[in-house]
Ligand binder design. Sequence first.
Ligand code: PBG
Length: 324
Amino acid sequence: MQIIRRPRILRQSPAIRAMVSETILSPNDFIVPLFINEGKNYKEEISSMPGYYRMSLDNIEKEVKELWRMGLKCVLLFIKCDDKLKDNKGTEALNPDGLMQRSIKAIKNVCPEMCVMTDVALDPFSIYGHDGIVENNEIVNDPTVEVLAQMSVSHAAAGADFVAPSDMMDGRILAIREALEENNFTKTGIMAYSAKYASCFYGPFRDALDSAPGFGDKKSYQMNPANRIEAVKEVMMDIDEGADIVMVKPALSYLDIIREVKNISDVPVSAYHVSGEYSMIKAAAARGWLNEDQTILETTLSIKRAGADLIASYFAKDVVRLLG
Ligand code: PBG
């Protein structure tokens, strides 16, 4: 038998496999989502996200220092807003002494080099749990965009390195960029959730922040999972409007979209490995159906191989630990 091409030659030992590995994970790839609560010495496991916690700021400060020591360089902040402070317009989101603004300052204070990104959307602040202002049972675009722009300026003023609008309103990237320019925040970046799908995989996150929509669903602003070309349109628009990084979300059911976006984008592409994707793996591992560590590494690697330059992931610490 004469075989000319023997691909197994490149798979025969760990050394050779490492030499020819096309995709390599590093701590630099990750964005670590943090859930922040009011209070002191508070740390509570999110029931639908075993192993992931909501924390008060004192514990967040410790966590951020640990992340930095591990080589993780970027955090993405989500805050849990007190029910009493919620309204239709997300007024609390603009409070210069609000939990988000205090969190940005506290993190920058204990770890100035950490890249701090902030969630920009109304849902944690909304009595309706929607990402925008509600009028006559509709989520109204343009008035919401005005609030999002003010919110972004407020985060920039508190010291955020990037604002990350996750709302999917039309025109918000341009409005945010213009507002940042007008207020002289010329070094604040925008990571746009450009292709964010109306996904069932956000369920556990909404538990974490108590932010499930009070009526209806998010399909009039988040994308239809059936669509691919629309993702390209959204990404191209956001880049034109001034996005520094574009995002695809969720990640695992949308690996084709990540690749599509990577092929047309001239800015870095991020992917959000979302809460439901985390919980699925945790649940299967808890039953002994999947090996947790191997599943974490394989899924994360797949997201990077698909084209993600950055990965927002609840597994970031696990991956760094597993990389040794
Ligand atoms: C809301 C927001 C959501 C997530 C990030 N920002 C939920 C939603 O759109 O309903 C989901 C993240 C996750 O599931 O891990 N603006």
